[in-house]
Design a protein around this ligand. Structure first.
Ligand code: NAD
Length: 263
């Protein structure tokens, strides 16, 4: 078991879901968010920290062995907001991790780095990135930064291109992109446990019938998603008769909307 696992964005939806089950993966969970998520339970440390604050992030990463980096603006936003939380925040985290000798980062990337690919195309880790939003661009930056830190310093990263992680798929698009919370947890656990990952890009998606993404290159992990969106298909197809905004694109609505704050 690793000694100390830092989880950024621990106050968000995914962080909240993982807080309890990740306890068995590290002796100490250091949980952090820009919002207050105290009190710390047994085996936890809680640190309130803005990822854009370089000194605070340096202190945050100290004495950590691995980092699950969930903290970010998690959808489309103005460039200025993304600049702080995602661009600067991710840079600060990688630099702090390097200085602290962190071994591995699990970086919560997104399917929106490939969102301008057409629905029905099958993509893998080598497919061209086609971000569908400034949010997607900010996660492309994080992926490139992680590659740079691996090539230059040997800091391992798994870039997890998470699909749609909700209790259940909510619309037709999610019949392809859904990642069940249970599959997400098993993937994170696997990525913590395997001895070596190098620099790995993979898709966070359940075993959906019409999935657009292949993780064949990551078979060595031995991760098998257990859930599928199929049981939800009939109800979703009944309720969503018209094509949704941006439905030609894998990124869906984010591919269709303009830049926020611009005309
Ligand atoms: N949930 C999904 O389906 C999904 C899909 C693709 C990618 N992701 C990525 O996974 C991660 C977690 O997603 P989520 O659904 O839990 O999002 P979320 O918005 O619920 O959680 C993100 C957390 O990050 C924190 N945060 C934002 N800016 C910060 C800053 N400057 N400093 C410190 N903390 C900050 C927020 O307070 C929040 O608690 C995000 O990076 C998101 O981009 C999620």
């Amino acid at each position: 078991m690793i000694k100390r696992l830092l989880v950024t964005g621990a106050g968000g939806r995914l962080g909240h879901h993982l807080r309890e089950p990740l306890k068995g993966s590290a002796e100490i969970l250091r949980l952090s968010d820009i919002v207050d998520i105290s009190p710390a339970a047994r085996g936890e440390e809680v640190v309130q920290c803005d990822l854009a604050d370089r000194e605070a992030v340096d202190a945050l990463a100290s004495d950590c062995d691995m980092i699950l980096h969930l903290g970010a603006i998690s959808g489309e936003a103005s460039f200025d907001a993304l600049l702080q939380g995602n661009f600067l925040g991710t840079y600060n985290l990688y630099e702090a991790a390097r200085k602290a000798g962190v071994r591995r980062i699990l970086f919560a990337s997104t399917n929106h780095v490939i969102g301008f690919h057409a629905v029905g195309e099958t993509l893998d880790h080598k497919s061209e990135r086609r971000p569908d939003s400034l949010y997607g661009v900010s996660k492309c930056f994080g992926e490139d930064l992680s590659r740079f830190y691996y090539d230059k310093f040997g800091l391992e990263t798994a870039c997890l291109r998470i699909g749609s992680c909700f209790e259940a798929p909510k619309d037709r698009r999610m019949l392809s992109t859904w990642l069940s919370p249970r599959d997400f947890l098993s993937l994170v656990r696997k990525l913590i446990e395997v001895p070596t990952i190098g620099h790995l890009v993979l898709y966070g998606v359940s075993a959906n019938r019409d999935a657009w993404w292949s993780n064949a290159h990551a078979d060595f992990l031995g991760w098998k998603p257990r859930d599928t969106s199929e049981p939800y298909r009939e109800a979703i197809e009944q309720s969503e008769k018209q094509p949704a905004e941006g439905s030609h694109y894998q990124g869906g609505r984010l591919a269709a909307i303009g830049i926020l704050g611009k005309r």
